[in-house]
Design a protein around this ligand. Structure first.
Ligand SMILES: Nc1nc2c(ncn2[C@@H]2O[C@H](COP(=O)(O)OP(=O)(O)OP(=O)(O)O)[C@@H](O)[C@H]2O)c(=O)[nH]1
Ligand SMILES: [Zn+2]
Length: 366
């Protein structure tokens, strides 16, 4: 059996009793999805359910309406005695990949290709090792992942892993990291010694849900195990040791921690890159955005214009060169993403019109 009986108390998975449910349904949380079916944890345990007509119809029009890990869903009991997935309840937050943008109300709309990777994630841990091979923590990667975290609607928390690799100088590193993620909590942790693990765990109090973003080898699995106080995830060493392929391991995707709180870990979240993150970039580089407001020209490109507040800050040393470069790079990427998704939208429109025209030609034929 996967779960302790305790876990079947849905409040431990973050369920809020005051949430509205359609009549004659029971609540559950999606722990894994397959094609056309989902594994859902309910008060009665984990069950596999197929999608009802409404979910099939909605998701055919918009794939972001497909159930995903972390979703709260309403299950309806059918006459033959099994449940089906009747509705995906509104999401508080969502990690979305590809072709999707947020409207002003925070809702999602897309070009029919977007995919939700995880839903209702409260805390997004950005894991970056203090040392990676011979390099120190990569501030650029922290900025990129923090932007992605903001974009999901969750709260980012930067976790500098493998802190035990540092004898001294850790405080300086943490200060640099704080500069790269203004307004974001930054902590050092060692899954080996256990230092800092309690602080990280405290973010999950109140049955909150977290994901851990980070490069391969950042120590994500080790951190989950440290948080759980036992082996719930295979780490790289284990995989290397038993010679099994890296992605052959089937593991749980929604992991309730014994001490409370939930971690979502899916292959999609592990591979998550840099998508639709322009708002996130603005937040991560808020001090540069503030400076840009003070430039003489509204359309200042901060390259060579007179009265450029950004270049002035660079000159005075107030703004580190690395930070400006990183901002430029991520802005270019975000702009490229936006253009790509526009192009996709256009292609989709053209395709629709072609179909409509074909239909009209057909009708005009004698
Ligand atoms: N010194 C030290 N090494 C650590 C620590 N945490 C993890 N490691 C090592 O870092 C390597 C990667 O750890 P994992 O936890 O497997 O990393 P991951 O982020 O899950 O990696 P992927 O599964 O590839 O995404 C392993 O060799 C761990 O032993 C730590 O706190 N201190
Ligand atoms: Zn400027």
């Amino acid at each position: 059996m996967f779960f302790e009986p305790l876990v079947f108390d849905l409040s431990l998975l973050g369920w809020d009793d005051t949430r509205a449910l359609p009549a004659d349904t029971i609540p559950g949380r999606v722990s894994r999805v397959h094609r056309g079916a989902a594994e859902v944890i309910t008060e009665q345990g984990q069950i596999q359910v197929h999608y009802g007509a409404r979910v099939r119809r909605d998701s055919a029009a918009d794939p972001t309406r497909l159930p995903c890990v972390g979703d709260w869903v309403a299950l309806r009991l059918l006459a033959e005695g099994r449940y089906e997935l009747d509705e995906v309840l509104p999401r508080a937050t969502a990690f979305v990949r590809g072709g999707v943008s947020r409207d002003s109300r925070g809702g999602l709309s897309g070009d029919g290709q977007g995919q939700v990777l995880a839903a209702n994630v409260d805390i997004v841990f950005v894991a970056e090792p203090a040392m990676h091979a011979t390099d120190f923590a990569d501030l650029g990667r922290i900025e990129r992942l923090t932007a992605l975290a903001w974009e999901s609607g969750g709260t980012p928390v930067v976790v500098i892993t493998k802190a035990d690799l540092f004898d001294q100088g850790l405080d300086d590193l943490l200060n640099d990291v704080r500069g790269a993620a203004p307004g974001v909590d930054v902590h050092a942790v060692s899954s080996f010694t256990g230092d800092g693990v309690d602080v990280v765990r405290s973010y999950l109090m109140g049955s909150r849900t977290a994901v851990i973003l980070g490069a391969s080898g950042a120590g994500k699995s080790s951190l989950v195990n440290a948080l759980a106080g036992g082996e719930v995830m295979e780490t790289q060493q284990v995989r290397a040791g038993d010679g099994r392929g890296r992605h052959t391991t089937v593991h749980r995707e929604l992991i309730p921690l014994p001490g409370g709180g939930i971690v979502i870990d899916t292959p999609g979240i592990r591979r998550v890159g840099l998508y639709d993150m322009s708002d996130g970039v603005d937040r991560v580089f808020s001090e540069i955005e503030d400076l840009a407001e003070q430039c003489r020209f509204g359309d200042c490109s901060h390259e060579a214009e007179p009265g450029c507040a950004v270049l002035a800050a660079l000159e005075s040393g107030e703004l580190p060169e690395r930070r400006l470069e990183s901002w430029r790079k991520l802005q270019r990427e975000a702009a490229w993403m936006a253009r790509r998704s526009d192009a996709r939208l256009q292609a989709e429109e053209t395709r629709k019109w072609k179909i409509i025209h074909k239909g009209m030609r057909g009708r005009n034929r004698p």
